[in-house]
Design a protein around this ligand. Structure first.
Ligand code: NAD
Ligand code: DAU
Length: 365
């Protein structure tokens, strides 16, 4: 039987963001996961501690710890690895939004490149225990933009075009370099567009959905014919689990939803799904569609060839029907009006400022 990596003390960076939150929830739902999660998050605008209030209540007595820290803070990273005897790092923390990277690339270089470097160094320099296993969560955007046909494989040359994807590409290269140079036990995954619960309303699906519910315009960039592959977030989380427990060290795995759509088709499907769930006519929402100025350097098409992870680890997406995935997503947003309201109003940030566990307090206990 193949060796399985055991996850006892798992440091999740960026656990208060969209995918990190879903990943922590996914792990605690797994009977075979009996370890502890150390969630390290700086709590930027996209980190929301309220996403995990119930997890803190249920597992806070030993199996879940929150540490507020910046991944660029080298002493804090070293101390956290040491204090919690971390054996596995799952690295989500990043500046993640392409439009923001166009407006202000500096923070992307800092967190995504320097932050990843600091974490790699902390892992490599850790004394007295084997180096932790390091899984780096990356994106299909590092491969650039496709024409009408073809799909990215793990050997597609890198060709990033936005400051965001360039910063993720740089971090991928660093992670791989630490494997080849220092033997750090790394794995990397490059995945397509995630969607599902807890996604911050700056990404296209929650932006469109919340605008629909408020009767506001639905801003479609350019001609609306850019294509993305949609991966339901829980499928992504399961793929990461499979890589962590059974993936081969030093390898990269592409993860995709096998679910391509033009943006305009996506928005129209979202209008239909939302109309069905809110008892309205789709045309009422579709009439809000407004074509707006295109994103500079807007990548035309992404598509993933996920045959390697299927072949080696038996992972395949379970949600390959966009209507099904969008129905689950819209239902979640409709059932969580308080989450939506607090994120929209910025209240979640005020709450965090009062309630988070400061790293210094946590570490001095
Ligand atoms: P997100 O923006 O929702 O969450 C990012 C999290 O990282 C937040 O909780 C934030 O507070 C935290 N963070 C940011 N800077 C930090 C720092 N310096 N130190 C510590 N924490 C910090 O992002 P997401 O959509 O959940 O994406 C997570 C990861 O997955 C990212 O690395 C992203 O590049 C990658 N990814 C995302 C998608 C997607 O569709 N969302 C697809 C492919 C890859
Ligand atoms: O492909 C993986 C990437 O997917 C991740 O690495 C990124 O972290 C994640 O943000 C996402 O990037 P995109 O740029 O593809 O996602 P976004 O939701 O911003 O946009 C999806 C598509 O929709 C894109 O073609 C731009 C378009 N769009 C977006 C917004 C916010 C619109 O037409 N209108 C909008 O208002």
């Amino acid at each position: 039987m193949k060796h399985r990596h055991e996850l006892n003390n798992v440091m999740v960076t960026g656990g208060c963001g969209f995918i990190g939150t879903n990943f922590i929830r996914h792990l605690f739902r797994k009977p075979e996961f009996t370890g502890r999660i150390i969630n390290v998050d700086k709590l930027t605008y996209s980190g929301n501690l309220e996403n995990l209030t119930d997890i803190q209540e249920t597992y806070g007595n030993g199996r879940y710890v929150f540490v507020q820290a910046d991944i660029c803070d080298a002493p804090a990273m070293a101390e956290t690895l040491e204090r919690y005897a971390v054996d596995t790092i799952v690295h989500f923390a990043a500046e993640s939004h392409v439009d923001r990277s166009i407006l202000g690339p500096r923070e992307f270089v800092r967190t995504n490149i320097e932050g990843t470097f600091v974490l790699l160094e902390a892992a490599r320099q850790r004394k007295g225990r084997p180096a932790p296993r390091f899984h780096h969560v990356s994106t299909d955007e590092v491969y650039g933009s496709l024409g009408l046909t073809g799909a990215f494989t793990e050997t597609t040359p890198y060709d990033p075009r936005s400051p965001y994807s360039a910063s993720k590409a740089a971090s991928d290269h660093l992670v791989r370099a630490y494997y080849h140079t220092y033997g750090l036990p790394i794995t990397i995954s490059n995945c397509s567009n995630n969607y599902g619960p807890y996604q911050f309303p700056e990404k296209v699906i929650p932006v469109m959905l919340l605008n629909m519910l408020e009767g506001k315009p639905l801003p479609v960039y350019g001609d609306g014919l850019n294509v993305r592959d949609w991966l339901f977030v829980d499928d992504h989380c399961e793929a990461i689990w499979q890589i962590l427990t059974r993936g081969r060290i030093g390898e990269t795995y592409n993860i995709g939803g096998n679910n391509e759509s033009t943006n305009i088709a996506l928005v129209k499907t979202l209008c239909q799904v939302t109309a069905r769930l809110t008892g309205k006519f789709p045309a009422q929402y579709e009439s809000l569609i407004t074509y707006v100025k295109d994103r500079p350097g807007h990548d035309r098409r992404y598509a993933i060839d996920a045959s390697k992870i299927a072949r080696e680890l038996g992972w395949r997406p379970t949600v390959t029907d966009l209507t099904e995935g969008l129905t689950m997503t819209v239902r979640w947003y409709l059932e969580h009006p308080t989450w939506v309201e607090r994120v929209r109003s910025g209240e979640y940030r005020a709450w965090m400022a009062k309630n988070y566990t400061r790293r210094e307090e946590e570490l001095s206990k």
